[in-house]
Ligand binder design. Sequence first.
Ligand code: OGA
Ligand code: MN
Length: 204
Amino acid sequence: MSTHFETIVDGLADQGYAVVDNFLSTQEVDSILDLEEFKSSHLHFKKAGIGKQHNKQINETIRGDYIQWIDKKNCAKPLLIYLDRLERLIQHLNQNLFLSLKDYEVHMTAYPAGSFYKRHIDQFKSNDHRKLSIICYLNSEWKDAEGGQLRMHTAGGVKDVSPTAGRVVCFRSDLIEHEVLPATRQRLSLTGWLLDQLTELKHL
Ligand code: OGA
Ligand code: MN
């Protein structure tokens, strides 16, 4: 795992993003997909909005995913394994990139076939506590032709990443514009942000 952490540190320092395979093992992904929440995500997840709190609105022409925030204090073991890994990553990033990350927030995410998320940036205008975005994909045997790539618009050009199981992408929330391309099959992930202040329990 420490080489994964090193890859993330180096990628963030050099280009503002990093892509790491096998951040979660096949078994770790499978046990997450086995959870009731993911098996019947259509029953549990809610349509994601754009904007924050009172500015929040649903807009299908911008994003079409369904989400459920993870409650760190009361979540299933397979998700806890992922959250513990994020906590260790935060310590590693603070030590090696001189960041002062203090907390994180993660939601489970399902994009139904055909849905997308238009080009955007993750940092809110009214609240800049999201420093790094980190997304872990949960889709076994994803083929490039199925679409669903995360498309990042970076200083070095366009970078497309397929949402393959166990793969993590981490990028600067303030800097990297990105979008989710439509896919021909459902696309599952854990979507999170590393924050420089403690979260309130606002989402739950
Ligand atoms: C987001 C987002 C990208 C992805 O939820 O803000 O941009 O690859 N997700 O799921
Ligand atoms: Mn985003």
